[in-house]
Structure formats: structure tokens, C-alpha cells
Design a binder for this molecule. Structure first.
Ligand code: HEM
Ligand SMILES: *[C@@H]1O[C@H](CO)[C@@H](O)[C@H](O)[C@H]1NC(C)=O
Ligand SMILES: *[C@@H]1O[C@H](CO)[C@@H](O)[C@H](O)[C@H]1NC(C)=O
Ligand SMILES: *[C@@H]1O[C@H](CO)[C@@H](O)[C@H](O)[C@H]1NC(C)=O
Ligand SMILES: *[C@@H]1O[C@H](CO)[C@@H](O)[C@H](O)[C@H]1NC(C)=O
Length: 299
């Protein structure tokens, strides 16, 4: 996939595992943590994914703007979005063996372990929060070509079909775009360059943000359905194979909570660090991926 076409000269670093690591993972592990080891790559992904989830205040971001995070309400292209109900058990939108069930993914410490130093996925090692976060580290690590599966960087053990994982969420274009924007905003907050953020955001959009995308191999050995954006307003894949996507009987999207609402505390966990952040990301109408990138950098 397109993540892999990006070849950047890795900064020269002595005593590192990978000598010619031209991946984004290697580049930013070297930049932020010096030694480009699998352990440090895993650390980088923990820092990044945790910030995508919790956001960060202006004070916590040395280089630039606050990050709202995926749990904070936002506005994309004039549409209010609020992803929290998919994560805190408010909606029966999680796919467990084909059944739509309610799962609270924030009940094992919430933001507290995510913002701890060193960062952790959850308080314990056996909870929905733990499995979601560790799966995200490995999945995004694989996208960024980290040394996933080697000592120090666990292999992805989640469902290899992003379509199946997200099928009952009926995610809209605005919801999925908001998620991708937060990935970009978190990356920017760690000093990832505009070029690199654009590369990743474009790859996320093309891989997951179209409806009816044909099966593709992203993690694992099998081709799997990967469309995450499955609502009517998601752009149709140029190679659409809608017959492959069963009518999921998806639960409807929640009514978005207006930005700045107080209804943001995950049950059983502490509040994300940055709820109600003033810097709600706004994505201008009709601007496509370029608008998405511009919105990330306008933060
Ligand atoms: C580029 C976009 C996205 C990517 C790459 C992505 C990736 C993933 C991955 C890898 C998992 C772990 C699956 C597993 O453990 O088997 C996951 C789970 C989840 N995602 Fe996403 N996601 C995206 C967008 C979204 C959006 C927009 C939402 C909206 C709320 C969302 C909500 C969730 C939830 C609630 C889970 C837990 C599901 C479960 O455990 O079955 N994701 N996602
Ligand atoms: C990097 O690795 C070298 C050699 O293994 C070690 O001496 C050094 O302390 C490490 N530096 C950091 C910042 O981890
Ligand atoms: C998680 O750990 C933190 C810090 O040790 C603690 O304050 C909090 O009560 C714990 N939460 C849960 C749900 O275990
Ligand atoms: C801050 O971000 C800019 C790009 O947005 C980058 O050029 C610069 O190196 C970053 N600085 C630090 C200290 O990360
Ligand atoms: C934003 O709105 C414009 C005009 O309504 C539309 O063409 C475009 O597809 C929308 N983009 C997103 C991401 O919803």
C-alpha cells in the first residue's frame, strides 16, 4: 500500500537495529527516541495512538497546537461529530461474532494510563481497553512499517478485516474523516512533517474511507474487506464491490453532541485530558483530502 512507497533517508544513528530503515516508523523513532529499536518503535506508537485517543492540551504539546483527540466532539465540513458513544458503551455498535453489542472500551483506567509516563494501554492487561489499544499500536505500527512481530513490538492480534470490526458502527464520512484528522493532528504535535502527515492521511482515506472497497490484504495473510466508512455518504470506491458487503443492519449514528458539551466523561475512567478543547478542528466544505490536510495544519 501507499505507506510503503515513502522512502525517507533515515538519520544516521549508531548502535541501532535497522541500518537502512527508510520507513516513517524508523524515521520518527530516530527523531524522537534516538535509538531505532523495536522497543522504541513500540514506544513511539504508544505515544502516538494514546494521544490520538486522549488528545493533548496546548501545554502538553511543545511544538504547536492542542490536539482534541477522537473522544472530543468536533465538526467536519459543517457536520458535528461525536465518536465517544462508540467507545464508552453507549451504543451497541461493537461486532462480537456477528452480534452488535455494547462494549465500554474506556473502563480500564480511561485516560490515566494512556497519559502516564511511560505510557500504558490500560490499567490491567485483560480488558476491552487493553485489547483495543494494543491492537491499535500494532495495526498502525504495521501501516507505518514498524518492526511489528519482532521482539519488543507485538504482532497484531485483532480482526484483520476493518470492515467487520466497524460494520455495526455505520460510520459516516464526517466521523471517519474526524478520526483521520485526529491521527494527523497527533502526528503534527510530535513534529511529523506536513509531507509525511499528508502521505499517511491520504493513505488512510484511500484505504478505509471509501464505501464497498474490494478485499485487500493489510495485516495477516488473507485478503479481507477493509472499508471502514460504510454509510451512504461515504464516497464509493472506484473498484466498488458492494455485493461483498452484507447489509449489516447497522445501528444508526448517534445524534452528535454539540461541541463543548459536558457529556464526555468515560464511565469507569478518568476524563480524557482535553475534553471540550477550544481548538475544535473544522474541515472546510468540499475541499477533499487537501481540505483535510489543511484542517490538520490549521489547528
Ligand atoms: C482510518 C480509520 C480507522 C482505522 C484504521 C481503525 C482501526 C481500528 C483497529 C485496528 C481496531 C482494532 C480491531 C480489533 O481489535 O480487532 C479498531 C477498533 C475499533 N474502532 Fe476503529 N479505526 C478507524 C476508524 C474508526 C472510527 C471513525 C471509529 C468511530 C467511532 C472507530 C471505532 C472503533 C471502535 C469502537 C473499535 C473497537 C471495536 C472492537 O473491539 O470490536 N474506528 N479500529
Ligand atoms: C542507545 O543505544 C546505545 C547502545 O545500545 C546505548 O548506549 C544508549 O544509551 C542508547 N540511548 C538511548 C537514548 O536509548
Ligand atoms: C487506574 O489506575 C489509576 C492510577 O493507578 C487509578 O487512579 C484508577 O483508579 C484506576 N482505575 C481503574 C478503573 O482501575
Ligand atoms: C515542529 O514542527 C515543524 C513542522 O510542523 C518541524 O519542522 C519542526 O522540526 C518541529 N520541531 C520540533 C522541535 O519538533
Ligand atoms: C463536504 O461538503 C461538500 C459539499 O456539501 C461535499 O461535496 C464534500 O464531499 C463533503 N466532504 C466531507 C468529507 O464530508
Amino acid at each position: 500500500m501507499r505507506f510503503s512507497t515513502l522512502a525517507m533517508a533515515a538519520a544516521a544513528a549508531s548502535g541501532v537495529v535497522a541500518q537502512e530503515d527508510t520507513s516513517l516508523c524508523g524515521k520518527y523513532t530516530t527523531a524522537l527516541l534516538m535509538n531505532n529499536t523495536a522497543e522504541n518503535q513500540y514506544m513511539l506508537l504508544q505515544l502516538l495512538v494514546n494521544r490520538v485517543v486522549t488528545g493533548a492540551t496546548q501545554e502538553q504539546v511543545s511544538n504547536g497546537s492542542a490536539v482534541p483527540g477522537i473522544l472530543a466532539p468536533g465538526n467536519v465540513n459543517g457536520t458535528d461529530v461525536n465518536l465517544l458513544p462508540y467507545f464508552d458503551g453507549s451504543l451497541a455498535s461493537t461486532n462480537r461474532n456477528g452480534e452488535a453489542v455494547s462494549v465500554n472500551f474506556l473502563a480500564d483506567g480511561g485516560a490515566t494510563p494512556l497519559t502516564a509516563s511511560p505510557p500504558k494501554p490500560a490499567n490491567s492487561t485483560d480488558s476491552p481497553q487493553y485489547y483495543l489499544l494494543t491492537h491499535l499500536y500494532s495495526f498502525f505500527g504495521a501501516l507505518l512499517q514498524c518492526q511489528v512481530g519482532s521482539d519488543g513490538f507485538p504482532a497484531y492480534e485483532g480482526n484483520p478485516s476493518m470492515a467487520k470490526v466497524h460494520m455495526f458502527m455505520a460510520l459516516t464520512n464526517a466521523e471517519n474523516t474526524y478520526f483521520i484528522q485526529q491521527v494527523g493532528a497527533a502526528a503534527v504535535s510530535f513534529g511529523v512533517t506536513m509531507d509525511d502527515v499528508s502521505t499517511v492521511a491520504e493513505a488512510l482515506v484511500s484505504t478505509f474511507n471509501y464505501r464497498c472497497s474490494p478485499a485487500a490484504k493489510i495485516v495477516g495473510d488473507m485478503e479481507e474487506l477493509q472499508s471502514i466508512c460504510q454509510a451512504e455518504d461515504c464516497p464509493l470506491s472506484p473498484n466498488a464491490n458492494c455485493d461483498a458487503y452484507p447489509n449489516s443492519g447497522a445501528v444508526s449514528s448517534p445524534t452528535p453532541t454539540p461541541s463543548g458539551s459536558a457529556a464526555m466523561t468515560p464511565t469507569g475512567g478518568s476524563s480524557p485530558t482535553n475534553t471540550g478543547a477550544a481548538s475544535t478542528l473544522t474541515y472546510s466544505a468540499g475541499a477533499g483530502v487537501a481540505g483535510l490536510i489543511a484542517a490538520i495544519f490549521a489547528l
